[in-house]
Design a binder for this molecule. Structure first.
Ligand SMILES: NC(=O)c1ccc[n+]([C@@H]2O[C@H](COP(=O)([O-])OP(=O)(O)OC[C@H]3O[C@@H](n4cnc5c(N)ncnc54)[C@H](O)[C@@H]3O)[C@@H](O)[C@H]2O)c1
Length: 439
């Protein structure tokens, strides 16, 4: 099938590459010339494991192309997938301006009957709104069918998640369009759920809000564990054995971030307020999440008395491991709180430093290794659970620090390893601190 994907961000690019991998002829369109130039050179503009290999393979084999020209990209396609961003507006609702522009671009350049698939995360009712927008501006006499097909991939495992998705949601009132989209995805051998458009749109928000709430719930339990002397990791393990609960998304820490959970929970809350249907659980999910970063910095403030003049090493900047994405990363708030309190912050991240610099700026310094960041530090913060930090040579890091104090915002380090590292003060989340004095 001939497919066009509009927007080559995390979702659009992963989708385009994977659809080419299963045999479709895909053209990815983006308005960002820099991105398209990089992609044409066979490179990925984002860090995503496995993506660049598939990009090179499918481009070389002639199934994958990139362009900034809607006219060129949309000629001859039968399916158009919209995967442009839907960021958060100032009032919490989803900003639909990229989608509106995409609809205008499509209206201008669609030259034959086709199915428009909305993959971007959009509030309930948006597919209908877009269809009206599109139909109202169509330049040519063509038939457009709409399908809501929300995306569930996770950054850091986007390719695997696309090729081995848990489910594919197809929301449409047109049986022919549904059949065609099922056909497109069939080689993936993933279960389909066929729904009406509005339910498909809601499934995405309900899923993200539920996962975010699970994280905030365990963080609330973690904070209680600290108060009563319990260990949240054992508690989560004990809860996870129950099949009704499961182990996923029960890791306590400094909260969720990224381009989805924060904005999607807020957008759903906005919808609930707009419709006059109270949903205070979502308010609590957000409030707990916002507080987690302050709690970690608060531990350092309590330990040091004040942070003025203290050097803090920060390990991890991206919002989660295996990505260079800094959108809504907890590191941003932590860096701001630490520097506002007068600390000097030296950070290291395996891939996100250059993106971090554009967000956090030069109020902190960016180093090339954990050891360089830790040199002469009074305290070390672990902010992102990169595997590299789980495997950290803790002894070597402690030896290079001025004071042997670690605040682990992701519970990355193994207590048994720490016991053998000599004197140490270790403050995890939701677990008792480990304090081993020397001599
Ligand atoms: N990132 C994720 O993990 C994830 C997961 C599931 C769903 N989503 C949703 O998918 C959507 C896309 O997210 P993303 O993270 O890939 O966004 P992104 O910001 O990484 O990418 C969006 C891309 O769209 C391009 N674009 C904007 N307007 C355009 C237009 N008119 N024509 C062509 N290209 C245009 C931008 O230049 C950009 O490259 C959002 O609605 C998001 O909520 C994201």
């Amino acid at each position: 099938m001939k497919v066009a994907v509009l927007g080559t961000g995390y979702v659009g690019l992963s989708t385009g590459v994977c659809l080419a991998e299963i045999g479709h002829e895909v053209v990815c369109i983006d308005v960002d010339e820099r991105k398209i130039d990089i992609l044409k050179e066979g490179k990925s503009p984002i860090y995503e494991p496995g993506l660049e290999e598939l990009l090179i393979k499918n481009s070389t084999e002639g199934r994958l192309a990139f362009t900034t020209s809607h006219q060129q990209g949309l000629s001859e396609v039968e399916i158009i997938i919209i995967a442009v961003g839907t960021p958060q507006s100032a009032d919490g609702q989803a900003d639909l301006s990229f989608l509106e522009q995409a609809a205008k671009d499509l209206a201008e350049h669609i030259v034959q009957d086709c199915i428009v698939v909305v993959k971007s995360t959009v509030p309930v009712g948006t597919n209908e709104y877009l269809k009206q927008l599109l139909l109202g501006q169509l330049k040519n006499n063509v038939e457009i069918k709409m399908v809501s097909n929300p995306e569930f991939l996770r950054q850091g495992s986007a390719i695997l998640d696309t090729l081995k998705a848990d489910r594919i949601i197809i929301g449409t009132d047109d049986a022919g369009a549904s059949k065609k989209i099922q056909e497109m995805y069939r080689p993936l051998n993933v279960p389909f759920l066929l729904t009406d458009v509005r339910s498909a749109e809601m499934i995405k928000y309900a899923s993200n809000a539920f996962l975010a709430t699970k994280i905030s719930f365990i963080n609330g339990i973690a904070n209680l564990c600290e108060a009563v002397g319990a260990d949240v990791e054992d508690v989560a393990k004990g809860m996870g054995y129950d099949k009704r609960i499961g182990t996923a998304f029960l890791k306590a820490g400094i909260g969720y971030g990224g381009s989805c959970f924060p904005k999607d929970v807020k957008a759903l809350l906005h919808t609930s307020r707009e419709k006059g249907v109270p949903f205070s659980l979502l308010e609590d999910t957000i409030a707990i999440n916002d507080h987690q970063q302050e709690l970690l910095v608060g531990k350092a403030l309590k330990r040091f008395g004040e942070l003025k003049g203290k050097k803090i090493a920060m390990l991890g900047l991206s919002f989660k491991p295996e990505t260079d994405d800094m959108r809504e990363a907890p590191s941003i708030k932590i860096a701001r709180l630490l520097t506002a309190a007068g600390a000097e912050v030296a950070a290291y991240d395996p891939v996100a430093a250059s993106n971090a610099r554009t967000v956090i700026g030069d109020v902190i310094t960016y180093l090339d290794s954990a050891l360089e960041a830790a040199k002469d530090a009074d305290g070390l913060f672990i902010v992102t659970e990169w595997e590299e930090f789980r495997q950290l040579d803790v002894e070597a890091v402690l030896d290079i620090m001025k004071q042997r104090i670690i605040f682990d915002g992701r519970n990355c380090l193994d207590a048994a390893v720490l016991q053998d590292c000599g004197p140490i003060e270790y403050y995890p989340v939701g677990k008792p601190a480990i304090i081993l004095r020397g001599g």
